[in-house]
Ligand binder design. Structure first.
Ligand code: FE2
Length: 434
């Protein structure tokens, strides 16, 4: 058997979002033609992980079979574990507020904090128990989780690093996730986040239908994020017999149980439920070649549908480097008011609708029907610019757009990171004189 937890670097990545994939760290482990033989190879234990109901339609059904050193069921009682920063919807004491909000980035910790302890829930909507809505968490950390693992029963976790490489260890194997990449860990998959240097970013936890690639409609068979660019890990396992803590997140609360061994003991797996990472630089960005800025839905990487066709429980959207060529057009994102609620974060550089105040690691909230758009400086520049073809190469921003208004956690509302003067971004526009 191979060294504990070590990926086999020379193998090409397993790729294809939603594909039925198979990986074995030891040749011959995966049963052929069946999932649960009487005696799996090497005395391993077969275990199914279902991410959708058994009877979900075939196109949406997600499940994988794991072949592991011990059954996951071999654990003692979970008992509550205190965490000062986490919450899940519905959030009775959450702040529902029509005002536009913006936050400065979390400071990096000045003492040892791992990824789990470094989480702060900023925004929530829907209901984790009902399987709707989304939570937006921030993290700042500087030490590995080590012998702690998290499993969220509340939702899929989309990790969006802003600084610092994440060494993600999952039941399915390890994934390296540098800034500019995202990683999607499905609900129910045990994982830990190790870091070798200070790290900061965002975690979008989707309580609704699992994220999937958006339909392409008239765009055609290609464009936006390509399924083949999503990479799943190769199976790798840890044989370590030492105390580990397994932390379960349910309803925004944490519960822990002690294990005598590493929970990352899956020797082989197959199925279409798996973690993925995706390099946002591979996004095939589309835009106008005539006039007018298209709706930002053209930048959707992943979507979680709601029961209303075309209305997302949550869209994950990016604003990547791209050419701007529109003629007779106000080129930055326009003024608008939106029935959907928008949280924006910044992974790198700047955003083309704001001149200042929106910082890497920071974020902004424009809740349902909040009027927003470019600030005055951006508007002045864009309305007087010579409209030559120009490459926006200054940054990488993202948006989580969702059909329900967000509630701020008390922390999000009370933190000194919240900018009290954000409305000033839209001050000073002079009246038009028809
Ligand atoms: Fe917007």
């Amino acid at each position: 058997m191979n060294a504990p937890g070590h990926p086999v670097a020379e193998r090409p990545p397993l790729s294809g979002f939603g594909n039925h994939l198979a990986s074995e760290a030891v040749p011959g482990v995966l049963p052929v033609g069946r999932n649960s033989p009487q005696r799996p190879a090497f005395g391993l234990y077969a275990e199914q992980l279902s991410g959708t109901a058994f009877t979900a339609p075939r196109a949406e059904n997600r499940r994988s079979w794991l072949y592991r050193l011990r059954p996951s069921a071999m654990h003692g009682r979970f008992t509550p574990l205190a965490h000062g920063g986490l919450a899940a919807p519905p959030l009775a004491d959450g702040v529902l507020d029509p005002n536009r909000q913006r936050w400065n980035p979390l400071p990096l910790p000045d003492h040892g904090v791992d990824w789990l302890d470094g989480l702060h829930t900023l925004l929530v909507n829907g209901s984790a128990e009902e399987g709707t809505g989304v939570s937006l968490h921030l993290y700042a950390c500087n030490r590995p989780m080590g012998r702690r693992a998290l499993v969220s029963a509340d939702g899929d976790m989309l990790l969006i690093p802003e600084q610092g490489m994440l060494h993600l260890v999952t039941e399915f194997g390890p994934l390296e996730v540098p800034p500019g990449h995202v990683a999607l860990v499905p609900r129910g998959v045990k994982f830990r986040v190790d870091v070798a240097s200070p790290a900061r970013g965002y975690a979008c936890e989707n309580h609704g239908e699992p994220f999937r690639l958006p339909e392409l409609g008239p765009i055609g068979a290609n464009g936006l994020a390509s399924p083949r660019d999503f990479e799943a890990p190769h199976a790798a396992f840890e044989e370590e017999e030492a105390p580990h803590s397994l932390v379960m997140k349910l309803g925004g609360r944490l519960f822990a149980t002690e294990l005598s061994h590493s929970p990352f003991d899956v020797v082989a797996w197959h199925g279409n439920l798996a973690p993925f990472r995706y390099d946002l630089a591979r996004f095939n960005t589309l835009g106008t070649v005539s006039f007018d800025h298209p709706d930002p839905s053209i930048f959707t990487v992943l979507t979680s549908p709601s029961a209303h066709p075309g209305t997302a429980n949550a869209d994950f959207v990016i604003f990547p480097p791209r050419w701007m060529v529109a003629e007779d057009t106000f080129r930055p994102p326009w003024f608008h008011r939106n029935v959907m609620s928008e949280y924006m974060g910044l992974i790198q550089g700047s955003y083309d609708a704001k001149e200042g105040g929106f910082l890497p690691g920071g974020g902004s909230l424009h809740n349902r029907m909040a009027a927003h758009g470019p600030d005055l400086a951006t508007w002045e520049k864009a309305t007087s610019a010579a409209l030559r073809p120009e490459k926006f190469d200054g940054g990488l921003a993202f948006m989580v757009e969702t059909l329900r208004p967000f509630r701020m956690t008390r922390w999000a509302f009370d933190t000194p990171l919240r900018q009290k003067d954000y409305d000033a971004a839209w001050a000073g526009f002079s009246a038009a004189r028809p």
